[in-house]
Design a protein around this ligand. Structure first.
Ligand code: SAM
Length: 239
């Protein structure tokens, strides 16, 4: 997979892409990143990329020429162009999986009050990371990249992300490691039993419990069997 990022702050993006699992994904050849400085398409001696909004108002708006100049070659190279924008489709597990299927993504990071709206005519998708506003699209782009790259085959063990929260539709069950007892808090005995069947059943029940207690809305979209329903009813679930 190849991911291009277009930003006025390339250094802000480049660091995390070379670190930890992202860095290893590059070394293994599973992913290739390229970070482009939007100012290379900037206007005039100062490589300007913004101007005042037509109609007046606070702040500056990103001009269309640099944006089109950066995006068009990436489109021509076959990239699926994603605009980072609070008005976009909200990122979730399903969208991350969809994006992870694409061989080539290009993420466009906004700044200031956002983009001249005409850029929307040459992007394929608009993505938001949640209902709040950050100062720029670089952190949202890194969030998208991290969520997507860990799903690319070979980056982490598939079994590891298949059990994660949301992948099965449920939140993940509680996890423990050594020591068995810490400050009089003990690991549930079933996890020490070595009985895989009982461990799996406990994990399923605890995932159901956590989801019911914290995100009952998720249960509307999960396939529940009779044992799941019986357990959930014992907690008060009436679905
Ligand atoms: N005036 C814009 C609005 O109200 O929607 C907000 C602009 S924001 C200060 C600057 C840039 O940060 C946006 O163009 C976008 O690229 C990025 N950004 C901020 N919050 C975001 C979010 N929740 N999801 C994705 N991108 C975001």
């Amino acid at each position: 997979m190849r991911i291009d990022v277009v930003t006025i702050f390339p250094d802000l993006v480049a660091g995390p892409l070379g670190t930890s699992i992202m860095g290893r994904a590059v070394e293994s050849g599973a992913v290739e990143f390229a970070v482009h400085d939007l100012r290379e398409h900037g206007i005039g001696r100062h490589r300007s990329v913004d101007d005042e909004p037509y109609g007046g108002g606070a702040g500056m708006v990103m001009r269309p020429e640099p944006l089109f100049g950066a995006v068009e070659p990436l489109r021509a190279a076959g990239a699926h162009v994603v605009l980072m924008d609070p008005a976009g489709e909200r990122l979730d597990d399903a969208l991350a999986r969809e994006l992870a299927e694409r061989p080539h993504l290009a993420l466009l990071c906004g700044r200031y009050e956002g983009y001249d709206d005409r850029i929307r005519s040459v992007v394929d998708q608009e993505v938001s990371i949640g209902d709040y506003v950050l100062t720029g699209g670089e952190l949202p782009a890194l969030v998208v990249i991290d969520a997507v790259v860990r799903l690319v085959p070979g980056v982490i063990q598939e079994a590891s992300h298949r059990g994660d929260s949301f992948a099965s539709g449920l939140l993940e069950y509680p996890q423990y490691t050594r020591p068995e007892t810490y400050r009089d808090l003990s690991v549930p005995p079933v996890l020490l039993s070595g009985h895989h069947g009982e461990v799996d059943a406990w994990r399923r029940r605890e995932a159901l419990r956590r989801t019911y207690e914290r995100r009952p809305d998720l249960l509307d979209h999960v396939e529940l069997d009779e044992a799941d329903r019986t357990f959930l009813r014992s907690l008060g679930f009436d679905g």
